[in-house]
Design a protein around this ligand. Structure first.
Ligand code: NAG
Ligand code: NAG
Ligand code: NAG
Ligand code: NAG
Ligand code: NAG
Ligand code: NAG
Ligand code: NAG
Ligand code: NAG
Ligand code: NAG
Length: 550
């Protein structure tokens, strides 16, 4: 294992040929152009690149895609812009004129798409700044783009089962829908961002430059470069770089922003990877209850399809785990290779159940149904509030004081913040923020796919999902400083979970009130108890993300 980044080493690190001190740099702002012409903004030497930081995690690459000859459908540039240039067949049994978009039912493996505010109860809200207000600050917490399966995921095991069967005496025989399996091979790598994942982040950066670029003038006035943060895993670094490339341009991003890489490793504090210091996070009767109930649900949810597929193969029998692996392959192959033959095996109902499988997993592992989700989201929540109160956050959570106690690592007065993380952490964070509109309704049924809760994983934790805060100056309001929250473009109402916030059609509330509610929330989330204590939690309960007491 590489040695942990030494700060003293980093402070003297070389950037290009020049040694640059770690202090912020004085620019010479001359205009409202970012960066000002003739300025001498420099990146902090204390924020070195991936090659210096290390801890990139596993990086097995996959086979090159060849969709132009392997896909039966061409990715014409029309229609669903959230997933260009991916293509998917119709679901099994769907009519030719079906409008069902299976890519929106893949849970955390879906590409992100805009969710209407009406879904959470604000039919008249728009992500555009409400009339009479101006934007003064943007906070963005976003997930990496589409990636290969993680190292321990089901698809690789499935591929091994197929490979074993191929090698066995007699092999296996397939017919009908499964014919393609006769010469199918596993082409995916692991962990890394896929080409489509790069494009999601580039576009997200570009979109935010187009929407919020004006806020860069604030950095010009300060004579400082923004600090955008991410974690050390390769896909996290590449996510931040692609976002920055979209936002600042290529090669400009190399000079116009500091990308801060926090070490993500077991037992190392990092608000972007809190599970590394929260032992209860993967305990079966605590932070992992969602995985248990999701697997239980999946055991029989796909029985009809399992029977159909097993009737089309001999020499090999599929079980319930193989069905989930094949559904995952549908998504993973599509986002890596552009198309997957597995997708056409499944009916619309299968995809709805596949999504529900993820809904259960996320609601009970990282949403309000988890006893340790708020604790894991607490680090970012504290950092976020610190950016408003201008006081460095106290630790007592997964945050790392080293990264949070100086203006180099943790500037407190930026007009734009952009932090990259994982979907589990985005959801932990939304739970820590008490954004109950995302989870309105009874706790998710463990037995059947009922739609009685506003939560769905494809809407909240897809690839490149993002949680946005707009801070606004609204002369027509009293007080004039207002704030609101958005998730994937849907404006969230907070009047029912932020005491003191009244109903507002634009999701607005007084900035000072929101900060005081969040301070209270920080108080009530007990990281040490929730992450370390021996309690028992069960699925089926809305814990508001916090461990049950005695
Ligand atoms: C494949 O075969 C190897 C060697 O017999 C065995 O160790 C492995 O468990 C098999 N894998 C699966 C997924 O069945
Ligand atoms: C904070 O991060 C630094 C740099 O990665 C690491 O050396 C240190 O161990 C971390 N602190 C804690 C308490 O984990
Ligand atoms: C690191 O995390 C632990 C919780 O695991 C927390 O108690 C501690 O205060 C943090 N320390 C620093 C230096 O950030
Ligand atoms: C920030 O935290 C580090 C690690 O705990 C410590 O060595 C350093 O002195 C602190 N710096 C400030 C400015 O408090
Ligand atoms: C923002 O913080 C930096 C670093 O502490 C400081 O140099 C700069 O003056 C601050 N700008 C404003 C507007 O407060
Ligand atoms: C820059 O933005 C910060 C944070 O919103 C704000 O406090 C500060 O007044 C702004 N400065 C200028 C010069 O616009
Ligand atoms: C969180 O939201 C619930 C309603 O969903 C509310 O009863 C509670 O007071 C809120 N907590 C805080 C700290 O504001
Ligand atoms: C909160 O706001 C929503 C949307 O404006 C509204 O439907 C709801 O009745 C409000 N709730 C309360 C308790 O005021
Ligand atoms: C945690 O509590 C359970 C139930 O009381 C008990 O069976 C178990 O041994 C305890 N585990 C630890 C590590 O103390």
């Amino acid at each position: 294992m590489q040695s942990v980044l030494s700060l003293s080493l980093a402070l003297t690190a070389q950037v290009g040929a020049m040694t640059i001190p770690a202090e912020p740099f004085a620019g010479s702002p001359t205009s409202d152009i970012y960066p000002p012409p003739g300025s001498n903004f420099r990146q902090h030497a204390a924020l070195p690149p991936e090659s210096v930081v290390g801890f990139a995690g596993p990086t097995p690459t996959g086979v090159e895609p060849a969709a132009v000859q392997t896909a039966p459908l061409y990715p014409y540039n029309e229609g669903d812009s959230s997933s260009f240039p991916l293509v998917a067949p119709n679901a099994h049994g769907a009519g030719v004129d079906s409008t069902f978009n299976m890519k929106r039912y893949w849970g955390n493996l879906s590409p992100w798409y805009s969710v209407p505010s009406a879904h959470y109860g604000l039919p008249d809200a728009s992500p555009l700044i409400p009339e009479g207000c101006t934007i003064t600050q943007l906070h963005l917490l976003y997930r990496h783009g589409a990636r290969y399966p993680t190292s321990d995921a089901a698809p690789a095991r499935f591929a091994e089962k197929i490979a074993n069967a191929t090698k066995s005496e007699g092999g296996f025989e397939v017919s009908h829908d499964l014919k393609f399996l006769a010469d199918w091979t596993y082409k995916l790598g692991a962990e890394l961002l896929t080409p489509f994942g790069r494009s999601q982040e580039f576009l997200l950066g570009l979109e935010h430059r187009q929407l919020y670029g004006e806020l860069l003038n604030n950095f010009t006035a300060q004579g400082a470069l923004p600090v955008f943060r991410t974690e050390s895993q390769d896909r996290m670094v590449k996510t931040a770089i692609n976002f920055a490339a979209g936002f600042f341009g290529v090669p400009e991003y190399q000079d116009e922003v500091n990308i801060e890489i926090l070490v993500e490793a077991s037992h190392v504090n990092n608000s972007g990877a809190p599970y590394d210091v929260c032992p209860n996070a993967d305990e079966k009767s605590k932070g992992d209850i969602g995985s248990g109930v999701a697997n239980k649900f999946a055991k029989h949810a796909f029985d009809a399809t399992l029977a159909r597929l097993n009737s089309q193969i001999s020499g090999l029998e599929f079980d319930d785990k193989d069905i989930v692996a094949m559904l995952e392959l549908c998504s993973y192959e599509t986002v890596a290779l552009g198309y997957s033959a597995f997708c056409g095996l499944f009916s619309e109902e299968d995809f709805l159940n596949f999504e529900y499988y993820y809904d259960l997993k996320f609601y009970y592992n990282n949403g309000p149904g988890s006893p340790v989700s708020a604790a894991q989201g607490k680090g970012y929540l504290q950092e976020y509030v610190a950016r408003f109160t201008h006081e460095y956050p106290e630790p007592y959570s997964a945050l790392n004081e080293t990264y949070d106690n100086s203006s180099t690592y943790f500037p407190l007065n930026q007009s734009i913040y952009a932090d990259a993380t994982h979907e589990v952490v985005v959801l932990d964070t939304l739970t820590a923020f008490n954004l109950s509109a995302l989870f309105k309704g009874p706790p998710l049924s463990l037995k059947q796919n009922e739609r009685r809760n506003s939560f769905s994983s494809s809407r909240v934790v897809p690839f490149a999902t993002h949680f946005t805060t707009q801070v606004l100056e609204c002369p027509a309001y009293q007080p004039t400083k207002q704030i609101r929250f958005l998730v994937n473009d849907a404006v969230l109402p907070i009047n029912e979970s932020y005491p003191g916030c009244e109903a507002n059609p634009h999701g607005l509330c007084s900035f000072d009130n929101v900060v005081s509610v969040l301070l209270k929330r920080i108080e009530e989330i007990d990281f040490n108890y929730d992450c370390y204590e021996n309690y028992t939690a069960e699925a089926g309960v809305d814990y508001n993300g916090r461990a049950p007491r005695g």
